[in-house]
Design a protein around this ligand. Structure first.
Ligand SMILES: [Zn+2]
Length: 432
């Protein structure tokens, strides 16, 4: 056949003999009949070792290749079986595709690149495949990347966190490298067995190299870290500490809101339309509405408040001293993380005694947690491991989890997360 090198280039194959190319006009499908070169043929699909032929298998097979323009293209070849001394009778490997894959290497790489760069809709429409297929492709691309590198090498300062997805029904445990600012590991679940899985994989030698571990306050993580990396400094995750305070504050806001609602219920019902000038005042109902709208004003960092939210906050300060006190407590705790270490030690003590005496149950309780995690909170400040990194990684994974909703297995989600955030972004074929 002529123009062999052109066809090889167009189909993106190597070590491949192109026997002939047909164009099925009705199906708008280009079918390239191919076979491995003599040197690339008769190899085990698993280990690529040269192996004696066994039988012809199940006849000819097709592999989807990248489209040629708007025309879909497939490679078609015999799929004989070989007898590998190690893997037994297996389908022979082919130089254009991964073992057991229905798509060529080039197709797989292109899908993996697209999946880390664009939306679900873009990948499935452009490549004309189901999202489930995208899942299988990125899982096998990641498996190859993972086999070719040691992503746990050289870890010193790590962060462990759990993230939820599928509306908090499923969890992933994730580990990030604070120094390289990348995701290094993720697994489904959120218990000690999951965390242990990571440290088992890391092994005792590399565990001994770990100098800092940041984590949320979960005891089961702390326990395992203490057992496996006894020399490492344990560090609180500032994001989680501030989140505890935000939750305590929200509890106060909700109580204030339901008190106002209870008052509103005792007030006379208002008839439809514009209230008359002499209508009785309904302070409870007004208050409930205002408190409902105050949520974001209370949550946001003060420097990010809009004018309207600042007014809301001023209104709370003037009308609800308890809720305002809770707000100041939350802000006070947040500020500690921005302080230099020596100032933070004193500020933390002051905050604890303030919170203990504040007569707001949720903050009295929070004070106890802060006392418990005092050392790890100060360690975070001392070692400058503010968890901006783990939080930004988490935010990105959360975005990914939303995209990866349709994946049947968490493996595909993890593969996508590691390919996107682990420093192994796939390259687009032919662009190097
Ligand atoms: Zn083999």
């Amino acid at each position: 056949m002529r123009d062999v090198s052109l066809w090889r280039g167009l189909l993106g194959v190597e070590k491949t003999v192109i026997e002939r190319v047909e164009f099925d006009q009705d199906a708008e499908l280009l079918v390239a009949h191919v076979r491995p070169t003599r040197r690339a043929g008769s190899r085990c699909g698993v280990c690529e070792r040269r192996s004696p032929g066994y039988d012809t298998g199940q006849g000819r097979r097709r592999w989807r290749a990248l489209d040629l323009g708007t025309v879909r293209a497939v490679l078609e070849a015999a799929a004989p079986r070989v007898a590998c001394p190690e893997h037994g009778v297996v389908v022979a490997g082919v130089p254009w595709a991964r073992h057991d894959a229905g798509h060529t290497y080039r197709f797989d790489e292109t899908v993996a690149w697209l999946a880390t760069q664009s939306s679900k809709h873009t990948v499935t429409q452009l490549m004309r495949i189901a999202w489930r297929t995208v899942g299988s492709i990125i899982t096998r691309v990641w498996a190859d990347v993972d086999a070719g590198c040691d992503r746990l090498e050289g870890l010193r300062r790590i962060g462990i966190d759990e993230i939820s997805y599928k509306k908090n029904h499923k969890y992933l445990m994730v580990v990030v490298d604070h120094d390289a600012r990348r995701l290094v590991w993720a697994a489904p679940g959120r218990n000690s067995a999951t965390v242990r899985e990571f440290f088992d994989l890391l092994g005792p030698d590399r565990c001994a190299q770990i100098t800092h571990v940041s984590a949320d306050g979960a005891d089961f993580i702390a326990n395992i870290v203490e057992q496996t990396c006894p020399a490492a400094v344990r560090v609180a995750d500032p994001f989680h500490v501030v989140k505890w305070a935000t939750e305590a504050l929200d509890e106060v806001r909700r109580t204030a809101w339901s008190d106002a609602r209870a008052l509103a219920r005792s007030e006379p019902k208002r008839s439809r339309g514009r209230p008359r000038a002499d209508a009785p005042p309904r302070p409870g109902s007004q208050r409930a509405t205002a408190l409902k709208g105050a949520r974001y004003a209370l949550w946001k960092n003060p420097e990010n408040l809009s004018d309207n939210q600042q007014i809301k906050l001023a209104w709370i300060a003037a009308t609800d001293p308890k809720l305002y006190r809770a707000y100041l407590l939350k802000e006070g705790l947040r500020t500690i993380f921005a302080m230099p270490h020596h100032a933070a030690i004193e500020a933390q003590e002051k905050w604890i005694s303030w919170a203990r005496r504040c007569r707001i149950p949720s903050f009295v309780k929070l004070a106890k947690s802060i006392v418990k995690h005092k050392a790890t909170i100060l360690a975070a400040i001392e070692h400058n491991l503010s968890n901006g990194l783990i939080e930004s990684t988490n935010t990105k994974i959360r975005l990914l989890t939303r995209v990866a909703f349709g994946f049947k297995s968490p493996d595909a989600l993890i593969a996508l997360a590691l390919l996107s955030l682990g420093g192994h972004r796939p390259a687009l074929p032919g662009r190097q």
